[in-house]
Design a protein around this ligand. Structure first.
Ligand code: ZN
Length: 447
């Protein structure tokens, strides 16, 4: 366990606990966050026409709104950030620095059609590296680790992970997303002991090695860190990857508009620790009423983020769309930040007879039918309604031999009915038709 090096006044720089980022008392984090927000609030009001207007409209024109009173300020949606961008291209009306201070630009996925743009200063990149270092260090990636990463350098923000691995001091073996042959060669030959990938890819790799290798767990891989989608935290998916590959699975999570790595699960595997203390402020929001909920064990809600130290494009109360469950607020590893597990995306949620359902719950059921299924599944949604009548159409990916296995259909439908309490209409889809397994799996398809 690291010694507690308490940071001084300078939140941005002294708060770097590079390789030894362990248990800061939560109260200390809160104190730093309060101080950072005072500076940030003034800067935003003076430099961001976008937020100056939003604050004015919320009746907080000239007065200071403290972190404790943050709920007086309006939320920010992805749609609004995109509109701010279109107002004044290329960086938009929420740019709080001069354009020559922008040193890195990511094109993130937009709400519809054209991409959104995220501009970063050198300071912003450093802050991402700090939070990313805490995140990956928490997962168990340390200086001695050799990490094969399948996250591309861009256009998505996950590319920042390469800076993080450099900071931690681990060996890095970058492979292009979906380049399965190089991944397998690299792992077989012992270039890496750790794999960084989406849960879908790790699952695909486990399925494949299970078919081709007599003893896949003999490959010198010991640790898989999944990110980019839920899955690493779903027991049926995690257990399968762990069992086949003989590894420990931990997961990370980031939010494109906030930071590529913000939550990291430690090797106790009890949910992802919040790793953005002092730089990002998190609120838990009731998805129905939009009221804040206390962050305590068992609470469920949507996460909203406020950047405390972001220079170029700060955001206030940004609704990230992820619904999470708080798993705890302390941990055997010594970290004092809360732990969470993602239940699903707000947009993917549907209601069956008054009960909220996230497609990830279906994955958890379907995974039990390996090896007849691959572990991937998705819900088919027709029409815009959130409340839908059963049977719910579900597509389940199967190995080619089980393409027309009528008994399997019935078994899965019965399992969904008994575990999730709604009727489904399962369609088996062979691997060749389900779509690319190398990256992420979309849990909902709208037709
Ligand atoms: Zn822990």
């Amino acid at each position: 366990m690291a010694t507690n090096r308490l940071p001084g006044d300078n939140c941005e720089r002294d708060w770097i606990w590079e390789r030894e980022i362990e248990a800061a008392p939560w109260e200390e984090t809160r104190r730093l966050s309060v101080a950072a927000w005072e500076r940030q609030y003034r800067r935003i009001r003076e430099s961001s026409p976008f937020y100056a207007r939003k604050f004015r409209e919320a009746g907080a024109g000239n007065s200071f709104v403290s972190l404790a009173d943050l709920s007086q300020l309006p939320f920010t949606t992805k749609q609004e950030l995109k509109e701010a961008l279109d107002d004044d291209p290329p960086f938009g009306s929420n740019l709080c620095v001069s354009p020559d201070q922008v040193k890195r630009v990511y094109q993130t996925s937009g709400t519809s059609g054209s991409p959104s743009v995220l501009a970063l200063t050198r300071g912003d990149m450093e802050t991402w590296t700090i939070m990313g270092t805490r995140t990956y260090y928490a997962t168990g990636i340390h200086e001695h680790s050799s990490v094969l990463t399948t996250f591309g350098a861009g256009p998505f923000v996950a590319g920042h992970t390469h800076f993080v691995l450099l900071r931690i001091g681990s060996r890095s073996v970058p492979v292009a997303p979906g380049d399965t042959e190089r991944v397998i060669f690299g792992l077989r030959s012992g270039l890496a002991d750790t794999l960084l990938s989406t849960a879908s890819f790790a699952q695909f790799l486990a399925n494949r090695l299970e078919q081709t290798d007599a003893e896949p767990s003999a490959i010198p891989l010991t640790h898989v860190v999944t990110g980019g989608e839920p899955g690493g935290g779903i027991p049926s998916i995690r257990d399968h990857i762990q069992r086949v590959l003989g590894v420990t699975v931990t997961e990370v999570m980031g939010i494109g508009d906030i930071a590529p790595s913000l939550f990291g699960e430690c090797t106790h595997q009890q949910g992802m620790h919040f790793c953005g203390g002092g730089h990002v402020w998190v609120e838990l929001i009731d998805p129905e009423t939009r009221e804040p909920i206390e962050i305590e064990t068992g609470a469920e809600g949507e996460l909203a983020y406020t950047t405390l130290t972001r220079e170029a494009m700060p955001v206030v109360r940004f609704l990230g769309g992820d619904i999470v469950r708080i798993e705890g607020t302390e941990c055997e590893c010594g970290r004092t930040s809360f732990r969470q597990r993602v239940l699903g995306r707000r947009d993917d949620m549907f209601i069956v007879r008054g009960v909220n359902v996230y497609p990830a719950a279906i994955l958890a059921v379907v995974g039990d039918f390996r090896p007849r299924v691959t572990g991937r599944a998705r819900v088919i949604r027709e029409g815009p309604e959130t409340s839908i009548e059963p049977p719910i159409p579900v597509e389940v990916e199967v190995t080619e031999r089980h393409e027309s296995d009528g008994a399997l259909v019935t078994e899965i439908e019965n399992a969904i009915h008994s575990k999730l309490m709604f009727r489904s209409k399962v369609e088996l889809v062979p691997e060749s038709e389900f779509g690319e397994a190398g990256y992420k799996t979309r849990l909902t398809v709208r037709r």
